[in-house]
Design a protein around this ligand. Structure first.
Ligand code: G6Q
Length: 573
């Protein structure tokens, strides 16, 4: 049983110790631990600034036959091989020292305990409570949050079961065969990614669709083959004010009513996932058919609660709960393991090593699994929206790089496209390879070939092909340089037996906590998103200017004014 009694006091994390006399700096770069890492990077750099002297991958592997074992870690059902990174035991211990200096453990405990660590929105950050087992207790401001979480889960399960069994029918009595999740950002990417990941677990009579873009093409393409009588819309919006989602939901309702004719049909074909009951009611959805979540769940951290309803309908409550258990296993590891053996912490630290001390700006996520095709996009939001920040909690600008640019595509497609740059380009791109020992579904032994590619790529990136080897293959002249692969390109390999619901939860929680630790080290707020909020207001003003029949004076820059005028002129406004 977990019991955390939490009050609403302001957060007072230990600030980094500084080497500048009595001045206490909020910047981690002012700690002696940061400086020690900078010195270590300088002492081990070769003439090109890349790790050499004891930290080249070739040397690290040549001098330590046990390196793979020593740098491979287990977390729940995942095996994480960190050996192909330019880190020695000394590097790791300096990095762990940095995590301690940043107060990562205290910050982690504050998050799990329900303190208001999202200081700019004055909110707790409690997505980990969404996967606490029934019977656990977590009190925030004197109120238990685990009971309500399980009430919503039970309500979702009952609804999902009714849809799956055909008991919940549409307005004309037909069973629901298509579920359309209308949501964007955090209300789209998580359930979409998990739905595609768990394709083999989807109910044979139910297909889920995801509409996010306000571009009408996506809604129209999705609805083109659907029968309104068999279609259920799940309107997913934490705030229920997001213009893209509300616009798509209104258009979907008009499409439904154009065929079914009767306003009463809305109640059988629309449900909502939101924190805003008033907004849901104003839209015309019965709040009995609303599945609730709370302000303390950030959008991009919400797929394991009500926002996962489309996924639950598709894969069933048992599989959804198995996914939650996977999340919880990783939460437990993160919460209990010492920093030096804590896998999300180690992944985060290695990311900080690349980003801040080796100047590597991006991270490629390369799943060798087609079902994880949306995993890079999901991580892109998780990481870049969380850690794309430029000031620390007290508003001081950082003096160092923060979140990396995250990108990627499933292997082997990427191999025939952008891997060229990763192998021989001028930018070193750390990569995360993710693969499975067993295929979800195999045909003609293709899974063996898929995995052979993954292992071969990680090996080639790390160890390259020297000029001597190229020459030995018969190359001469300029061709020798063209065909030489420098190697020393780092990667993590994450393996699991199979992509099960639990493993999906484990993978997501692993990255959630990795992102958390990096944010904690950089001293930023990983849980707000003012850049996203800006986008939500900017378009409103220009929207009026594009559509108003009366031309009013435009007060933007000359480029924006010209673009707006061109659009208005085209439409004769
Ligand atoms: C996520 C962000 C953002 C959000 C969307 C949708 O952390 O806040 O991506 O999820 O803007 O917001 P609503 O769910 O409120 O519609």
């Amino acid at each position: 049983m977990l019991l955390a009694l939490v009050s609403c006091r302001p957060i007072q994390f230990p600030l980094p110790a500084t080497d500048r006399g009595n001045v206490t700096s909020p910047l981690i770069s002012d700690t002696s631990q940061w400086q020690a890492l900078a010195d270590h990077a300088a002492a081990t750099a070769g003439p090109d600034g890349q790790p050499s002297a004891g930290l080249s991958l070739r040397e690290l592997f040549a001098t330590d036959a046990g390196r793979a074992d020593a740098f491979t870690y287990a977390i729940a059902d995942l095996t994480v091989d960190l050996s192909k990174h330019p880190v020695s035991p000394d590097t790791l211990s300096l990095l762990v020292g940095l995590a301690s200096a940043a107060g990562v453990e205290a910050k982690r405990d504050a998050m799990f305990g329900g303190e208001r660590i999202n200081t700019t929105e004055d909110r707790e950050v409690l997505h980990t409570a969404l996967r606490l087992p029934a019977g656990a207790t977590l009190e925030v401001d004197g109120e238990d949050v685990v009971g309500p979480v399980h009430e919503v889960l039970d309500k979702m399960s009952g609804f999902a079961d009714r849809v799956r069994s055909g008991e919940w029918v549409g307005h004309t009595g037909q069973r629901i065969r298509h579920v359309v999740n209308i949501g964007i950002g955090g209300s789209d990417l998580g359930p979409l990614m998990a739905y595609r990941s768990l394709t083999p677990y989807v109910h044979p009579d139910i297909t889920a669709h995801f509409v996010s873009n306000v571009d009408p093409a996506q809604l129209l393409d999705t609805l083109a083959d659907l029968d309104p009588a068999e279609t259920l819309f799940i309107v997913a919006s934490k705030t229920f004010t997001t213009i893209e989602t509300i616009s798509n939901a209104k258009s979907a309702r008009a499409w439904l009513l154009a065929t079914l004719g009767d306003e009463a049909a809305v109640a059988r074909h629309f449900v909502a996932l939101s924190t805003n009951a008033e907004g849901v009611a104003a839209f015309g959805i019965d709040t009995d058919n609303m599945f609730e979540f709370w302000d303390w769940v950030g959008g991009r951290y919400s797929m394991d609660g009500a926002i996962g309803l489309s996924l639950m309908v598709a894969v069933g409550p048992d599989n959804f709960r198995a996914m939650l258990d996977g999340f919880h296993q990783v939460d437990t590891h993160f919460r209990s393991q010492p920093l030096a053996e804590n896998v999300p912490v180690l992944m985060a630290l290695i990311g900080v090593w690349h980003r801040n001390f080796l100047n590597r700006p991006t991270l490629a996520v390369l799943p060798y699994c087609q079902h994880l095709d949306r995993f890079p996009a999901y991580l892109q939001q998780l990481d870049m929206e969380s850690n794309g920040k430029r000031v620390v909690l007290d508003g001081t600008p950082v003096s160092y790089e923060t979140g990396p640019i995250v990108w990627g595509e499933p292997g082997t497609n990427g191999q025939h496209a952008f891997y060229q740059l990763i192998h021989q380009g001028t930018t070193v791109v750390p990569a995360d390879f993710i693969g499975f020992l067993e295929a979800a579904e195999d045909v003609g032994g293709q899974h063996d070939l898929l995995m052979a590619n993954m292992f071969a790529q990680a090996e080639a990136l790390a160890f390259g092909k020297s000029a001597a080897e190229v020459e030995a293959d018969g190359a001469t002249g300029a061709l020798i340089s063209h065909r030489t692969f420098p190697g020393e390109r780092p990667s993590t390999t994450i393996l699991a037996d199979k992509l099960t619901p639990s493993v999906v939860g484990q993978l997501v929680a692993l990255y959630e906590h990795k992102v958390f630790v990096q944010g904690a080290i950089w001293g930023i707020n990983s849980f707000d998103q003012w850049g996203v909020e800006l986008g939500k207001v900017l378009a409103k003003a220009i929207g009026n200017e594009l559509t108003s029949p009366e031309a009013s004076e435009l007060t933007h820059d000359s480029s924006t004014n010209a673009l707006i005028n061109r659009y208005r002129a085209y439409h004769g406004r």
